[in-house]
Ligand binder design. Sequence first.
Ligand SMILES: *Cc1c(COP(=O)(O)O)cnc(C)c1O
Length: 337
Amino acid sequence: MAANLDWNNLGFGYIKTPYRFVCNYKNGKWDDGEITTDDKIVLTECAGVLQYAQTAFEGLKAYRTESGNIVCFRPDLNAERMIDSANRLEMPALPKEKFLEAVEKVVAANKDFVPPYGSGATLYIRPFMFGSSAVIGVKPAEEYQFRMFATPVGPYFKGGVKPITIRVSDFDRAAPHGTGHIKAGLNYAMSLHAIVDAHKKGFDENLYLDPATRTFVEETGGANFLFVTKDGKVVTPKSDSILPSITRRSLCFVAEKYLGLTVEHRPVKLEEVYDFAECGLCGTAAVISPVGKIVDHGKEIVFGDKIGPITQKLYDTLTGIQMGRLEAPEGWIKVIE
Ligand SMILES: *Cc1c(COP(=O)(O)O)cnc(C)c1O
């Protein structure tokens, strides 16, 4: 029986669902893990995560398709990315199979909270892991916890898609050779001031430049850029300090294989962006959020107040694949039930 929620009016906030998966790393190995109803974590005050921010996370969604199945979109890539994050933060990697088992169990246990097809709402899944044992001298913790919970979230574009306005930020997001390419909580902690400041000044998001030269486009706080040139090519910025978005990688595949477009993944100078025709932000939350305007210290790059035609096509194709209206490439859709 579906939970009694107002699916059409959900926001993007935490709603506690009944079940989550918990797994602990101790004495050099992960235990089997289990589904639990306990949403509370009891930790020593000196836990590695609390003292030195040793934590990483992931984000993915479960959808109800047109035919009524519950599916997840490419969870294997989230599992792989979490292994990369763990390695960079000196945390023990959670085996891919364990991650995928957790996705299956958490979604199945909370299936009443997977919103109905057509509501635009989805079940957001949040895997994360952190150093749980005491650490006072700076070093990796010895014990870790992996958790995965789920929370229903509303459609990203309530009342239609409205292009956003972003600014070129004077703050940096990730250092060269730093942690920009992994999904670490610390990347977000340091972006909070920049986003609060952007909102105060009337901007929706920050465009971060490469900190070394401040001439190349990196990404925003939580989404990769996708540009379309005037002659219809798709261009996405390449840099070692950009988080490899699964949505962006999927959109590039769709652009090439479904829509027959030319795709370039390469360094992109901010200067070049003045000549582009369309701009969008890619991430699990919105798939693509169109950008209407980029403000660069008083100069404006205007893409317009409507979503661009190629951005729209990319959005329709990828969401069509996710919702089961279009045939998916092999291995993209994991059916839960
Ligand atoms: C999670 C995230 C994205 C989007 O990645 P998806 O896998 O598409 O959800 C982009 N940039 C940053 C910094 C992120 O943390």
